[in-house]
Design a protein around this ligand. Structure first.
Ligand code: GTP
Ligand code: MG
Length: 209
């Protein structure tokens, strides 16, 4: 087993706050934060649960659009995972989508303790136009970024390899490329250690880069 994917103990993790805006985000003494972005239903909240080895610290749902606020989870009392509303959910009104978009952009551009972002992509669908648009926007904004392909348990191995190759081509990132399943835990250990290295100011690369 490589040292990058060694098991880890269930970390201390607690929900802090759901904030509707950047202004109301918590003061956590400037401790580093890593945020999840991705289309609705891609598995952002499930990612946080699996990484924290909790069933329901973050709320998940089959219905897209479940996460509507900026949700803070404090890990080991020293860094945070931030669950953000998903983009691209067609059933939400244009007005509401616009409002979320502005909240998201303001948070990503102006949140000082934000160390970086994980952009989650569904293994079965690959990078959709709005994922590519978000990826370009993040890179142009100078945001540190890792790409994570989710729900790998739902894709066949051969399909997954092809999809991973095209996502790697389609999306830029500064901090690595990962695969992950919240169902089986595939990739969780590697990601856990990579996020810890990132938190500690070390550059992570991800196995596939
Ligand atoms: P929004 O809050 O709407 O933006 O969605 P989200 O990105 O937080 O997705 P969420 O974690 O709520 O997951 C959506 C659905 O996908 C849920 O029914 C999860 O159980 C399921 N899901 C998430 N990750 C995985 C995975 O790795 N494998 C499988 N099979 N299902 C998953
Ligand atoms: Mg969610």
């Amino acid at each position: 087993m490589s040292s990058k994917s060694r098991p880890y103990k269930s970390p201390a993790a607690r929900f802090v706050i759901s904030s509707p805006s950047l202004e109301l985000c918590p003061d956590l003494d400037g401790q580093p934060e890593l945020a999840m972005v991705g289309r609705s239903n891609v598995g952002k909240s499930s990612f946080i649960n699996k990484l924290c080895k909790r069933k329901r610290i973050a709320h998940t749902s089959n219905t897209p659009g479940k996460t509507r606020l900026i949700n803070y989870y404090l890990i080991e009392e020293s860094w945070s995972l931030v669950d953000l509303p998903g983009y691209g959910y067609a059933k939400v009104s244009k007005t509401e989508q616009g409002r979320w978009q502005r909240t998201l952009e303001e948070f990503l551009l102006e949140r000082t303790p934000l160390l970086g972002v994980l952009q989650l992509i569904d293994s079965r669908h690959g990078a959709q136009p709005n994922d590519k648009q978000m990826n370009r926007w993040l890179m142009e904004a100078g945001v540190n970024l890792a790409v994570v392909m989710t729900k790998t348990d739902k894709a066949k191995k051969s399909q997954l390899a092809k999809m991973a190759a095209s996502v790697r081509k389609d999306l830029e990132r500064t901090h690595g490329f990962f695969t992950f399943s919240a169902e089986t835990g595939e990739g969780a250990e590697e990601l856990w250690w990579a996020l810890k290295e990132w938190r500690d100011g070390q550059r992570t690369t991800g196995k596939a880069d």
